[in-house]
Design a protein around this ligand. Structure first.
Ligand code: ZN
Length: 339
């Protein structure tokens, strides 16, 4: 009951990368960097184990960013041709690389990382990949006629990568699609089709993570503009419920999302966010257990998967450590009280 996981990312230690930054620079290089990443992965696998997290992740310790970590080894992208682009419907601007030709995956991207993580934990293992729509919203397109064409091309590469990760013993592959809460019509027109294409024929569980973003300033400002009730999920959940994806996330901790929207996913396992990532304040076990109990008004316990709202990457290292502990302790409490 209450199989628990985190959205994916965790902060990198300060000796590995600049702390509390989303696009942090590595502090090591070459062989030292490789060994450093492994040390950081082992550390977080142990921390999640100690906290009692059931489905652990590598904390994305080997990637510079959750999208560009995947794109770095893809052909057809010109990293020197930077295009200034509004991201997530102009929530913020960034200089992003440009797709200048057909995209191709010529080698494994995260295969070695998956194998390393698998060797270092006995728990179930989840690995994350960026979703096709979110990739297309984080890179400029100068090669494909429509954004949806590019998304389908990326979906094929993601599918090949996901199959390899599953073959290496990964139990859950999660596609991160924060763009799903922004381009709701596109999600219905082609976003879910691209997602299903990325997830097709996988032998493991598949998940999609949709959130209101990391607790960075641009996101906090955006959330303030969304009014008293956040109903973005309402538009896309019915279509997601009809999809072949096994698990869908919902940002529920400290958010203005009506919990009743969980009811739009009657055929899915739902990863319910019970840890807020936009504050350094660490939840108590009581608070987490109360959030779990509140969600059970809308979902049977067998389908409810406690989770974090989003990744913990930009948080101070010790805050993330304590939030992991709070998640584990809160779930333990809920199991006793509600079990
Ligand atoms: Zn997220």
């Amino acid at each position: 009951m209450f199989e628990t996981s985190i959205a994916g990312s965790l902060p990198k230690p300060a000796w590995l990368a600049e702390p509390e930054k989303l696009w942090a620079r590595w502090q090591l290089s070459g062989e030292e960097l490789d060994r450093g990443k492994e040390r950081a992965v082992r550390f977080w696998l142990d921390e999640q184990d100690r906290a009692g997290i059931d489905v652990v992740t590598d904390g994305e310790q080997s990637r510079i960013h959750f999208v560009h970590g995947f794109l770095e080894s893809i052909e057809g992208i010109d990293w020197k041709k930077l295009t200034r682009m509004g991201i997530r419907n102009n929530r913020y601007e960034a200089d992003v690389p440009t797709v200048t030709g057909p995209v191709r995956r010529t080698r494994s991207v995260h295969g070695a990382e998956a194998a390393f993580a698998r060797q270092n934990t006995k728990r179930k293992l989840k690995l994350t990949l960026p979703g096709p729509m979110t990739i297309c919203d984080t890179i400029a397109n100068a090669a494909y006629e429509r954004r949806s064409d590019l998304a389908m091309a990326f979906a094929d590469l993601l599918n090949a990568e996901a199959k390899e990760l599953a073959a290496r013993g990964v139990d859950v592959i999660q596609f991160d699609e924060p763009a799903f809460n922004v381009f709701m019509q596109d999600v219905k027109d082609w976003g879910i089709a691209a997602l299903e294409r990325a997830a097709r024929d996988l032998p493991c569980k598949t998940a999609v993570h949709i959130c209101y973003g990391y607790g960075i300033e641009a996101n906090v400002r955006w959330k303030q503009s969304l009014g008293a009730e956040w109903r973005q999920y309402e538009e896309i959940f019915p279509a997601l419920n009809a999809s072949r994806i096994d698990q869908v996330s919902i940002e529920a901790a400290n958010s203005r999302v009506p919990l009743s929207l969980i009811r739009l996913l009657p055929d899915k396992q739902v990863m319910v966010g019970v840890i807020d990532v936009a504050t350094n304040e660490v939840e108590s076990a009581e608070q987490v257990a109360a959030r779990i109990a509140a969600s059970l008004e809308h979902i049977e316990r067998e389908r409810m998967l406690p989770c974090t709202n989003c990744g913990l990457a930009p948080l101070p290292f010790e805050v993330a450590q304590r939030k992991l502990g709070a998640l584990g302790a809160g779930v333990a409490r809920a199991r006793t009280e509600l079990g």
